[in-house]
Design a protein. Structure first.
Length: 269
């Protein structure tokens, strides 16, 4: 779930650091729960279905796996997952009024708590045939996330990864959303580092720490550079309209390639 300081104003806990096998096992279990839920929800989505129906399907999977919805627990979000459609960028509220259609650009963000461990992941996809030509945006977001994560290891500056994300977005003809960021995760939904931005924040001198757990997210947009909150208090749209694709993995930072805890969500497939 992308962090937005004005909307949520969370108190960020200290960063989680994996210190033993049981902590790694706990993070893997929580991450697998959100990854499986995201993958199955993406498969289940179909034209004619409401976003409330899709959310309830996801809630059943989380419950079966023993996990609890993080946005519901943490913020009292009116749904178990965030489902955003077309011009909605993120934090979309599941509702019986929103009916999915062929060619919709859909984003599902699933975060949850399981046995004291928290994990977060998300993905955008085109429902059915790409009649509105969103697939290029979706693929760019996936590819950029893959490149960003492959460049993360202990000691790398967070701002440098932000620069990489924005540079790659520009190469694809897109922009990034500057007020939505990745974040630390592990013992709570949002931990330090509080902001893993999609651009070079020259004031952020923080570096990724070995054994820390972070949620890395892309926010790649067609025309907007900021996300603004709608009257429902949750759903965010672009300041200049257009569309946005988001993809997110929870990872463990190492001295080499990161451990992608949510890899089974299949967003790179």
């Amino acid at each position: 779930m992308g962090e937005h300081l004005i909307l949520f104003m969370p108190k960020f806990a200290a960063p989680m650091s994996i210190t033993n096998e049981s902590e790694l096992a706990g993070m893997k279990k929580a991450s697998e729960a959100v990854a499986i839920t995201l993958k199955e929800m993406t498969r289940y989505a179909a034209p004619g279905m409401t976003t409330r129906q899709l959310d309830e399907f996801g809630a059943q999977i989380l419950n079966t796996l023993g996990a609890k919805s993080a946005p519901y627990l943490t913020y009292g979000f009116p749904g178990y997952t965030c489902i955003s459609v077309n011009n909605e960028f993120c934090h979309g509220i599941p509702t019986n009024k929103t009916i999915l259609k062929e060619g919709d650009l859909i984003n599902i963000d699933v975060s949850a708590e399981l046995d004291g461990f928290w994990a977060d992941n998300g993905g955008s996809f085109v429902l059915g045939e790409d009649i509105h030509k969103h697939q290029h945006l979706v693929k760019a977001s996936k590819d950029i996330l893959h490149k960003a994560i492959s460049n993360i290891k202990g000691g790398v500056r967070i701002a440098d990864i932000g620069h990489l994300i924005e540079s790659e977005a520009k190469k694809h003809g897109y922009k990034v959303i500057r007020n939505l960021t990745g974040h630390g995760v592990g013992r709570s939904l949002h931990e330090a580092p509080a902001e893993i931005a999609n651009y070079r924040d020259r004031f952020n001198l923080t570096r990724f720490r070995k054994n820390s757990v972070v949620a890395i997210e892309t926010f790649i947009s067609t025309t907007s550079t900021l996300a603004i909150t709608m009257q429902d208090g949750w759903t965010m749209v672009g300041n200049r309209g257009g569309f946005m694709a988001q993809h997110e993995h929870t990872i463990v930072v190492t001295d080499a390639a990161p451990i992608v805890l949510t890899e089974m969500n299949g967003i790179w497939n």
